[in-house]
Design a protein around this ligand. Structure first.
Ligand code: ADP
Length: 371
């Protein structure tokens, strides 16, 4: 709509769409001015002659449109917000499900069921990898518990035999009067059983100490060659008794070690080499130095070890030759202790064996100057 107010204030020109009751605006010189009346928006301009031209329009329809648009935008915003919340909840629940699985599995394991594993098909995501690593840890834990249980069962089994001997001997001695010679025999059998128990308990204690310490105590520079010679001299009577010849080839080799434990390593290997030898056989003990290691080899011309037993001979209570081991009171702990001592000193032990030909045990320890 448009309206022209002439300067004389008595007449006016109206456009066809202009309402008749448009009040004349207050005079304002200068550029066009604006005013609002209800839903009407008007712009007017006073000419220098005093005439006023006013144009305007009703914005009710526009405002209704804007309100409608605002409602639509608000509705769409709410819908997007709700969708976002629902989507976020769904994605969050999906992402957290593995954590819930992990905590449920951990709770079942804590309750004693070590066979439980976290169900996971996803191997790529961080959580998938975490679940995989935890499953590995649970598997190692289960294996470790199984080994502990087996170890306890084996130890009890080994102790049961000498205890039975003591009980049987004492029962029969107490049952009635015996000649003095029979009492002596009974006491001698009890003493042998007690010695067997003592050596078994000492082995178990040694293993327990080695298990609980990361590094050997009281290490000092040791001459492996001198220490080996001392052990050879100690075991010479046993070798003679078994008809086994001892040959030594000892070059100077130094290492930083607990001397008692190192002597036990040489003793275990040497006594096995004598024990599992044949009459008239030979045991060779060699010590020499390599650039960074002190090396001990103990080789024999005995029974050898079947290939299927080789991976197990360093396990606790494993006996490849059951008949010979059990009969002589060998409990199958010697090589386990030997390996534990060598590894605690940062070294390694390996075996090469040919059934019927003999075995060679090689121990490598870091040389003293390389600590
Ligand atoms: P054990 O106390 O029974 O000798 P070890 O741990 O010292 O136990 O040895 C484990 C097994 O390895 C033995 O039972 C034996 O069968 C085998 N073994 C060890 N040393 C030798 C060897 N020098 N020759 C043949 N077999 C051996």
């Amino acid at each position: 709509m448009a309206r022209v107010f002439p300067s004389n204030r008595h007449s006016s020109s109206l456009s066809p769409s202009a309402p008749p009751d448009v009040p004349r605006p207050l005079r304002k010189p200068g550029p066009p001015a604006f005013r609002s009346r209800g839903t009407l928006r008007e712009c007017f301009h006073y000419a220098p002659s005093g005439e006023c031209i006013l144009v305007g329009r009703d914005t009710a329809a526009d405002l209704a449109d804007i309100r409608r648009s605002a409602w639509m935008l608000g509705g769409a915003g709410c819908a997007v917000l709700l969708l976002g919340l629902a989507g976020g909840w769904w994605v969050g629940a999906r992402a957290l499900r593995p954590i819930a699985d992990i905590s449920a599995t951990a709770a079942r394991i804590a309750n004693g069921d070590l066979t439980q594993r976290i169900r996971t098909t996803d191997t790529e995501s961080e959580l998938g990898r975490l679940a995989h690593d935890l499953n590995d840890t649970f598997a190692r834990l289960q294996a470790s518990f199984a080994r502990q249980a087996q170890f306890t069962a084996d130890a009890s089994h080994e102790l049961r035999t000498p205890v039975s001997v003591v009980l049987t001997q004492t029962q029969s001695a107490l049952a009635r009067e015996h000649p003095a010679g029979e009492y002596r025999e009974s006491l001698a059998a009890c003493q042998r059983a007690a010695q067997r128990m003592r050596s078994l308990i000492e082995c178990l204690l040694t293993l327990a100490r080695l298990d609980s310490a990361d590094t050997p105590a009281a290490t000092k520079p040791c001459e492996l060659d001198r220490l080996s010679r001392e052990v050879v001299e100690l075991l010479l009577p046993l070798a003679n008794e078994q008809g086994v010849q001892l040959e030594v080839n000892l070059s100077p080799a130094h290492c930083l070690a607990n001397a008692d434990q190192l002597a036990q390593v040489v003793n275990n290997l040497l006594s096995n080499a004598i024990h599992y030898n044949r009459p008239g056989g030979t045991v060779r003990v060699a010590v020499y130095c390599e650039p960074t290691t002190a090396v001990l080899t103990v080789s024999d011309t005995g029974l050898g070890i079947p290939p299927e037993d080789i991976p197990h001979i360093f396990e606790r209570f494993y006996r490849a030759d059951k008949a010979r081991s059990g009969a002589q009171g060998h409990a199958g702990l010697g090589l386990a202790i030997t390996k534990a001592i060598v590894e605690a000193h940062g070294g390694s032990i390996e075996v090469a064996s040919e059934p019927g030909q003999g075995s060679v045990f090689t121990v490598r320890l870091p040389s003293a100057q390389h600590f």
